[in-house]
Design a protein around this ligand. Structure first.
Ligand code: NI
Length: 138
């Protein structure tokens, strides 16, 4: 089994909060991430596809194709956007790194033509990242 990684970067803003709570209660849970007017991150996304080498091409998946798919399905929708408001596949969820990683997985899972989606890694800062490898039901 081989693991092929495509790395993309995007910038986006968000606010972590729950509507039903006061600003003070939100600050208790989410700290400065609940700043009422939001804040931004330079995210790094790694999409890892696993599979065997196709003897016809020598590839697991053509990385040019993987790049195109990720940019069309994910990056074009979230880069320079407000993650609380602008992104259809994030509506109704708190845009934590965890939730964004799961949402990106759901967008990409069935769109990978060769190999299989293995992992989504989403870095919110240099030191903090989340990895999602799908639900246990898969
Ligand atoms: Ni944040």
């Amino acid at each position: 089994m081989l693991y092929v990684t495509r790395r993309e970067v995007f910038s986006a803003s968000h606010r972590l909060y729950k509507k039903e709570l006061t600003d003070q209660e939100n600050e208790k849970i989410f700290g400065k991430c609940s700043n009422p007017s939001g804040h931004g991150h330079n995210y790094v996304l790694e999409v890892i596809v696993c599979g065997e080498i196709n003897p016809k091409t020598g590839y697991v998946i053509d990385l040019k194709l993987l790049k195109k798919i990720i940019r069309e399905i994910v990056i074009s929708k979230i880069d320079h956007k407000n993650l609380n408001v602008d992104v259809d596949f994030l509506h109704g969820i708190i845009p934590t790194t965890e939730n964004i990683a799961v949402a990106i997985w759901k967008q990409l899972e069935k769109r990978i033509p060769d190999g299989k989606l293995y992992s989504i890694k989403l870095f919110e800062t240099e030191n903090n990242y989340i990895e999602y490898r799908g639900s246990n039901e898969n």
